[in-house]
Each structure stands twice: as C-alpha cells, then as structure tokens.
Ligand binder design. Structure first.
Ligand code: HEC
Length: 120
C-alpha cells in the first residue's frame, strides 16, 4: 500500500473517531423561537425523578458511584447543572443514565428543548 493511501486511511479513521466522540452541547441547541410549553412541573421534575435521582439523589452508599453534589432534587439544582445534564442526557447524548433502562423515545428531545429554554 502506498504512503498516500495509508495517510488517507489514517485520516478517515481519525475523522470517524472524532465524530463518534462529539457530544451535542447546550450551545448547539437554541430555544425554539416560539419558546417551550414544557415546565419543571409538567416535565422536568418527573424526568429527573424517573431517570436520574435513583443514583444522584440517593445517600452515599446507594449512589452507584454518582459523584456527590450532582443532585437534581430542585429546579435550582437542575438549572445549576443545566449544561452538564444536557451533555450527558439530552438530544442524542445517551451516557446518562448509565443503566440498561433508557428514557422512552422522544423524552431526550423534550429534555433538550426544556433545558435550551432555561428550564422554566
Ligand atoms: C445508575 C446510576 C445513575 C443514574 C440513574 C444516573 N447517573 Fe449520572 N452518574 C452516575 C455515575 C456513576 C457518575 C460518575 C461517572 C460518570 O461521570 O460517568 C455520574 C455522573 C454524572 C454527572 C457528572 C459528570 C459530568 O459529566 O458532569 C452528571 C451531570 C450526570 N451524571 C447526569 C445524570 C443525568 C442527567 C441522569 C438522568 C438522565 C443521570 N445522571 C442518571 C450514575 C448515574
């Protein structure tokens, strides 16, 4: 195999690797111009309770390794960690929750919209 070909292959592998690791961030997702109808009461609280708080809101021994301080019990907590919550669980980000149970389809998109609009 020629050097140019090898180089091209290497570059292709690098590009693939980089795109696989790329996360969607809060900055990538503006709030829609018409805003959102989602609120903490109608969506955010239930989402965090159902999918995050079993580890993040638990006492130290039951947290399954979730770092202390990352609790999402109130709307203020969620707003404080808005950008990190987005990067781990919203839109096409699926590294949280880590378990086998994924939020139902569409829920991550709702989370993205709600966070993008400031978690009202
Ligand atoms: C089964 C337990 C468990 C559940 C459920 C869980 N997490 Fe985590 N979380 C962890 C562990 C373990 C870590 C530390 C390792 C890591 O960062 O991957 C962590 C770390 C984090 C961090 C801090 C690190 C960072 O990237 O800033 C954030 C934010 C986070 N999780 C968000 C969430 C969100 C949002 C949910 C719900 C959609 C969630 N987690 C559900 C176990 C859990």
């Amino acid at each position: 195999m020629g050097r140019a070909r090898l180089l091209a292959l290497g570059l292709a592998a690098l590009t693939l690797g980089a795109s696989a690791c790329k996360e969607t961030t809060l900055e990538d997702r503006p709030c829609p111009p018409e805003g959102t109808t989602l609120t903490y009461e109608s969506f955010g609280e239930g989402f965090m309770d159902a999918h995050c708080q079993s580890c993040h809101g638990a006492p130290t021994k039951d947290r399954k390794g979730a770092p202390s301080g990352y609790d999402f019990a109130t709307v203020e907590d969620v707003r404080r960690w808005r950008s990190r919550i987005f990067s781990r669980a919203a839109a096409d980000n699926t590294t949280m929750p880590p378990g086998p149970d994924d939020p139902p389809e569409g829920e991550r998109e709702k989370l993205a919209e709600w966070l993008a609009c400031g978690a009202p």
